[in-house]
Design a protein around this ligand. Structure first.
Ligand SMILES: NC(=O)c1ccc[n+]([C@@H]2O[C@H](COP(=O)([O-])OP(=O)(O)OC[C@H]3O[C@@H](n4cnc5c(N)ncnc54)[C@H](OP(=O)(O)O)[C@@H]3O)[C@@H](O)[C@H]2O)c1
Length: 254
């Protein structure tokens, strides 16, 4: 049995609690959050504290709080030589206080509290200072995912950078699309099949093969028309940047 204590209860740790609770190899001993949280069904029997001095024993302490707060929070933990991990893609393992055994348990997915996720296919990126802890993290990961991979901090930082491009920036582009449609009273729903197909075709095509559009085809008149429609919109700079980048990528002269 692996005993887990969650430190912080935001998007990631609440999803991890949901998926780990109820597996027969894991016991969630406690949830800590700096502000009070009422543990609701089916978690009402899990101990909750907002007091670091009342933390219970655990084999693994999982910090799930904003990146910039991880380091000082780990310094403030009132114990030593326990396995303390964080869930961030972008924060190095050595940001954690060295008074404890350090590790990483980074689930490579986007998590929002209200949206259910299936961990089975989510890559869990692990790292630890010593082989025994790495093994424990692997066992923890394998109770929920079929894809547990050891990735050192420097590579994880690059992985996270790539993830920001394909997820956060892409999602922001959805917002831009949505706003452009709103100006014409058109529903965002019209774009959803296109968004779905764009995402699913990279299952069988490389991103390079999957690319389409006026910039790749070098359809200058269409590009000029789009720039005209954008006028002095704040989105113009993105359009110009992406168009330039795509043209260079596909070898077209400007
Ligand atoms: N969301 C994702 O898609 C995602 C995916 C993979 C990895 N991650 C990583 O997972 C970690 C948590 O992300 P999240 O999205 O779950 O964050 P989040 O939902 O914003 O988490 C907020 C949690 O952190 C606590 N908190 C905030 N500032 C704190 C501080 N200074 N000291 C102590 N606790 C603090 C909050 O407590 P209160 O309730 O008291 O405010 C709350 O429990 C981050 O390192 C992130 O990089 C996120």
């Amino acid at each position: 049995m692996i005993n887990v204590v969650f430190l912080g209860f935001g998007n990631v740790n609440s999803h991890l609690l949901n998926t780990l609770h109820g597996t027969d190899k894991i016991t969630v001993n406690q949830v800590f959050n700096r502000n009070y949280i009422k543990m609701i069904s089916p978690f009402e029997n899990i101990s909750f504290t907002d007091d670091l001095s009342k933390l219970e024993e655990g084999d693994i302490y999982i910090i799930g709080i904003p990146d910039d707060a991880i380091s000082s929070f780990s310094d403030s933990l009132p114990f030593q030589n326990k396995l303390v991990v964080h869930t961030s893609g972008g924060v190095a393992m050595d940001a954690l206080s060295s008074k404890n055994r350090r590790g990483i348990f980074y689930p490579l997915q986007t998590f929002s509290k209200t949206r259910k996720v299936d961990f089975k296919n989510i890559p869990i990126c692990i790292e630890a200072e010593n082989p025994k802890d790495l093994d424990l993290l692997r066992r923890l990961g394998e109770t929920i995912s079929e894809n547990v991979v050891e990735i050192p901090s420097e590579k994880r930082a690059k992985l996270h950078l790539a993830a920001v491009f394909v997820n956060n920036f892409t999602n922001h582009l959805y917002q831009i699309g949505s706003k452009i449609l709103k100006e014409e009273d058109l529903p965002f729903d019209l774009l959803k099949p296109l968004i779905s197909e764009t995402a699913s075709k990279i299952e069988t095509l490389s991103p390079e093969e999957a690319q389409t559009g006026p910039a790749k085809r070098n359809d200058i008149k269409t590009i000029e028309k789009h720039l005209h429609l954008l006028g002095d919109s704040p989105y113009r700079k993105f359009y110009e940047l992406f168009t330039e980048e795509l043209k260079q990528n596909y070898g077209k002269k400007l």
